[in-house]
Design a protein around this ligand. Structure first.
Ligand SMILES: *[C@@H]1O[C@H](CO)[C@@H](O)[C@H](O)[C@H]1NC(C)=O
Ligand SMILES: *[C@@H]1O[C@H](CO)[C@@H](O)[C@H](O)[C@H]1NC(C)=O
Length: 391
């Protein structure tokens, strides 16, 4: 009886959504849940012929582009361009093929407004097939998974993403939210969890895991761009990340910003309640020496680290030619309550900044990291850890 009751409760939680809604099932537009028929054309057709004509309200989950339970092959990229107020509801499991000529992003939402992408289904990227044995040179333009490009007020939740061939979720726009979901990848390089830019975006209650330790710290002492957890890209004004778990990743980063004099503007960022374990980096701000602009007012609260290489690291010279142009200003960065362990051969705090525009007002409150080398400060000032010069 008890088992039946809890089964019923479970079933009820998966009945979706309660309000009157219109369901545009891909099965009515050519999809077959046989894991062989390409889901791409059916998604496009159902969206064009059913979703778009029926969107009449500003409520996203009134009109569903629905992928019912079952196994589907997604063999081609799909772009939903210029639409508002609908819901891609994935109840099934979607599998990517291995196809060396497949490139771009599998699901792109472009110029959009108020889109909800939710589960309870999953997308399996089969990324490991593009880089067998973790070979980081193969297929540099292998597919990415999900992109919101110039989208506002969108939400992604309750969908589980496995092993994208390249980046999992990229969101560019304002007031978007990613929450209550997991990303689980293999160790093949450039498989970031969440890459966020724009204003007032919000990521919370997510976990990102890179699944295996092959390559962890393996490539000399440089940080391999393995899998960034929750990352802020430029331009960003206002970003909050809360309750984040990063396992076998390259940590929570701001940057990198790319080379060739990229104009940088990242301000008013807060990360809180983050757990980082077995990581190639903990918290990083990473720039190229050619970058021009500002990184300012960044706060990190309550990080628990274990075995994090470079737990707290700000670098103006993360990559690029190393010439100190001094055109990127990094200031007002605060670390509050950062505890746990680093790695014995690397500093807990490493600040490597520009000569002409030193990192200014870098504050440490309650930073207690063990198992690390001595801290290192170049062209930086602030307070709260031994050895940092006052500004
Ligand atoms: C679906 O096909 C993919 C290969 O395209 C395979 O990796 C996956 O295991 C299949 N899924 C199921 C549930 O059979
Ligand atoms: C710094 O950022 C926080 C979070 O966005 C914001 O509340 C605060 O007003 C900002 N401070 C300044 C001086 O801009």
């Amino acid at each position: 009886m008890l088992a039946l009751a809890s089964l019923l409760a479970l079933a009820l939680t998966f009945v979706s959504p309660a309000a009157a809604f219109i369901e545009c099932s891909v099965l009515d537009y050519g999809a077959v849940a046989d894991n062989t028929t390409d889901l791409g054309p059916a998604l496009t057709k159902a969206w064009e012929q059913c979703v778009i004509p029926q969107v009449t309200t500003t409520v996203a989950d009134n009109v569903l582009l629905y992928v019912p339970a079952g196994n589907y092959l997604l063999a081609s990229t799909v772009t939903f361009n210029g639409a508002a107020n609908w819901n891609l509801h994935i109840a099934g499991d979607i599998f990517l093929p291995f196809n060396p000529s497949l490139t771009g992003t599998m699901l792109t939402f472009e110029n959009c407004q108020n889109i909800l992408l939710n589960g309870p289904g999953s997308i399996f990227g089969n990324g490991y097939r593009y880089r067998p044995g973790g070979d980081l040179t193969l297929y540099p333009s292998r597919p990415r998974l999900i992109r919101f490009q110039d989208c506002n007020d969108c939400e992604i939740t309750a969908v589980t993403l496995y092993d994208a061939p390249q980046f999992h979720v990229t969101i560019i726009g304002n007031n978007n939210e990613a929450h209550d979901m997991a990303i689980i990848a293999s160790h093949i390089g450039e498989t970031d969890g969440f890459d966020m830019s724009g204003n007032n975006n919000y990521v919370h209650d997510v976990s990102v895991e890179n699944g295996d330790e092959v390559g962890f710290f393996a490539v000399s002492d440089t940080i391999v761009n393995v899998l960034q957890c929750v990352t802020v890209k430029t331009p960003t004004n206002g970003f909050v990340a809360e309750r984040i778990t990063c396992k076998w990743t390259a940590g929570c980063n701001i940057g990198s910003f790319g080379d060739t004099n990229t104009a940088v503007n990242v301000q008013n960022v807060v990360y809180s309640d983050v757990t980082i374990s077995n990581s190639d980096a903990g918290i990083m701000i990473k720039a190229y020496p050619d970058n021009i602009g500002t990184v300012k007012n960044i706060t990190y609260n309550n990080f628990q680290m274990s075995a994090a290489a470079y737990p707290l690291y700000i670098s103006a010279f993360w990559a690029g030619n190393g010439v100190d142009t001094g055109k990127l200003s990094i200031s007002d960065v605060t670390f509050n309550t950062i505890t746990g362990t680093g790695t014995p051969t690397r500093p807990a705090v490493l600040l490597d900044c520009n000569k002409a525009t030193p990192c200014e007002n870098i504050k440490f409150n309650g930073v207690s990291l063990t198992d690390t080398k001595a801290n290192s400060f170049t062209n930086a000032c602030g307070s709260g850890v031994t050895g940092i010069p006052a500004c």
